[in-house]
Design a protein around this ligand. Structure first.
Ligand SMILES: Nc1nc2c(ncn2[C@@H]2O[C@H](COP(=O)(O)OP(=O)(O)OP(=O)(O)O)[C@@H](O)[C@H]2O)c(=O)[nH]1
Length: 586
């Protein structure tokens, strides 16, 4: 018998198995809800298919719109040499009503002139000036087919110059529809970003993991960036940041958004283990993106056009890293690789396309950029939730293994202690009192020596099975040492324990399987009932002492504890010596 272990206090570091991937599941559900909400919003935001033309309405009186002197602006545009476009007759108009709309994520003044009519507005408050167009400065003209004069559009130099203001002319109904889609898209993307913050925040609270804290912060920055980029931050009046911050932040926040996602996605491919230096570099770049964004936001306005190009180029190149890492891990972890590449590629292409401006992206540039960045953040969060779920499951499996005895499948000493400690707390499973039996197979060494270790193992398994059958459903049976077992009965009395032990003994005697082992399987037991105020440590020690007594008295019996006090070390040493003598005689 491995007695040394008997008197030890329960392992204080014993932990219950970790919870399963609950937080991962909650997050997946939350993100699923994000996608559904997006779809619903998009459908609800689309203009109706009846093709009705929205009519112009005066701006609401409380909108704070200062009237613009369009003639003055026209003179200024000519004098300052604003960007000038001409829509000549014939190709663009033929006498039917014609809509002309200018839009851009950045603010700019737009003057639309078809002599003698002049319309003007700024892109920021355009939607308040003309209710027919929500996402840009527009007007509806009815130019005479015979008129030889072109429609002229003047655009002031903007802060995001390479995001050229798009000017479209055509059927008013079609253009209003496009304008409606644009507005719906902007709101849907912003809603997705807001829901991302909620999901990541929820993940932070549930898991208390730094991974989700980071995602929550990045989602917050993403939402501000999307709101500014899409112009939703100025609708119906500015609600997020003062207008002078719109362009600087719309440019600068791309850096941390990309920096965080690049690092998070690269980590999904196990970068930290494979290329620790690269991982540290990405981490450093992620943190550096915050002060870099601040510097860009504080830079003089005149620098912004150049900085805007530089930021987008840097972001596109930066994203090549997770893209490359994702492609590299295609072989080892194809699912993760598809996730990483699928997350990064759309934004990468969108940013890179600013150099050749394909028409579709050009027309919806702000929306496509915001949507692809939100998509990247969404997939990064989903992947993190999935990975954390898998890690938790693995941990849970590992701790189950650590708490279980491999030979018999019973809880081991650590598992038993964790279980008993958990039931000592104030939870609903709290037991008022325990009855404990310490069991030890008699002369097991002899069995091993005579019949071999394999037969010994078989005997241990049979013994465990017999105890399992003899216990009540609520009782704990554990293998706490080599041939040492334990039965713990919550809220029971001594008689119940004695009955269970009696059942086990008679089962062992009558069992054909045990007989086939070729030797009898007997055990000794020390039984104790917990007294008020008695700790589990004390209870174990008392059960231990009772077991020694049972061994000393000739084995194959149960001994209830005698007296209430704890035995002295001298008593125990004396018992041990006597026991050794017994063994030698046997
Ligand atoms: N087959 C097998 N034997 C084990 C296992 N774990 C411990 N043992 C053996 O169990 C025996 C325990 O011997 P002792 O502690 O001397 O106890 P005992 O022979 O049962 O004597 P008493 O307890 O006094 O009746 C040792 O020979 C150990 O090698 C196991 O997993 N499988």
């Amino acid at each position: 018998m491995d007695r040394g272990q008997r008197g030890e206090p329960p392992a204080s570091g014993a932990r219950l198995p970790a919870p399963s991937s609950e937080s991962g599941r909650v997050l997946s559900l939350a993100l699923g809800a994000v996608l559904v909400a997006l779809l619903v919003l998009l459908l609800a935001g689309l203009p109706s298919g009846r093709g009705e033309l929205r009519t112009a309405a005066p701006p609401p009186p409380d909108a704070g719109i200062t009237p613009l002197d369009c003639q003055f602006l026209l003179a200024r545009a000519r004098a300052e040499g604003w960007r000038h476009l001409e829509l000549p007759p014939g190709r663009h108009w033929d006498g039917r009503p014609l809509a002309v709309v200018a839009w851009s994520p950045a603010d700019a003044l737009v003057v639309i002139q078809h002599a003698p009519r002049v319309e003007c507005g700024s892109l920021i408050d355009a939607r308040l000036r003309d209710s027919r167009f929500n996402a840009g400065v527009g007007t509806v003209l009815r130019p005479l087919a015979a008129s030889g004069k072109p429609i002229e559009v003047w655009i002031s130099p903007g802060t995001w110059e390479h995001w050229a203001v798009s000017v479209v002319a055509g059927d008013p109904t079609a253009l209003q529809r496009q304008d409606g889609i644009r507005g719906a898209l902007r709101i849907a993307i912003l809603t997705a970003a807001a829901l991302l913050i909620l999901s990541a925040g929820l993940g932070s609270i549930i898991s208390n993991s730094s991974v989700f804290h980071g995602h929550a912060l990045a989602s917050g920055l993403l939402a501000i960036w999307v709101a500014e980029l899409s112009g939703v931050a100025g609708y119906p009046s500015r609600w997020l940041l003062p207008p002078e911050w719109s362009a600087p932040l719309g440019i600068a926040l791309l850096l941390p958004v990309v920096g965080f996602a690049a690092r998070a996605l690269a980590e999904e491919c196990g970068t930290r283990h494979r290329w620790p230096n690269l991982s540290s570099g990405l981490r450093g770049a992620m943190f550096a993106s915050l002060p870099a964004a601040l510097l860009v936001a504080l830079a003089p306005l005149a620098w912004l056009p150049t900085l805007s190009r530089a930021v987008e180029a840097a972001a596109a190149v930066w994203l090549l890293l997770p893209l490359g890492i994702g492609l590299y891990c295609l072989r080892g972890a194809p699912r993760t690789a598809v996730g990483v590449v699928g997350a990064v590629l759309p934004l990468c292409l969108t940013l890179a396309s600013s150099n050749w401006d394909p028409p579709l992206i050009s027309a919806f540039r702000a929306e496509v950029t915001a949507a692809t960045a939100t998509w990247m953040a969404l997939v990064a969060l989903l992947m993190a939730a999935r990975r954390l779920g898998i890690e938790r499951d693995d941990l849970s499996r590992l701790s189950r293994l650590a708490f279980t005895d491999a030979l018999t499948g019973l809880p081991n000493r650590r598992g038993a202690m964790a279980y008993l400690e958990a039931r000592e707390g104030n939870g609903p499973l709290r037991a008022q009192k325990w009855v404990l039996a310490s069991l030890d197979i008699d002369h097991f060494k002899q069995i091993n020596d005579e019949f071999g270790h394999a037969r010994g193992d078989q005997a241990l398994r049979l013994f465990a099975e017999t105890l399992r059958r003899a216990r009540r459903h609520s009782d704990l049976v554990a293998r706490v040492g080599g041939e040492e077992f334990m039965i713990a009965m919550p809220d029971a009395d001594l008689a119940q324990m004695q009955r269970a032990l009696k059942t086990a003994r008679s089962d062992l005697q009558s069992s054909e399987t045990v007989r086939s082992l070729g030797f009898p399987l007997r055990f000794s037991a020390g039984v104790v009932e917990q007294r008020p105020g008695e700790s589990l440590d004390d209870l174990f020690e008392q059960a231990d002492r009772a077991l020694y007594t049972a061994k000393r008295q000739g084995r194959s019996r149960d001994v209830l504890r005698e007296g209430a006090g704890r035995g002295s070390d001298r008593d125990r040493d004396r018992d041990r010596d006597r026991d050794r003598e017994d063994q030698a005689r046997t």
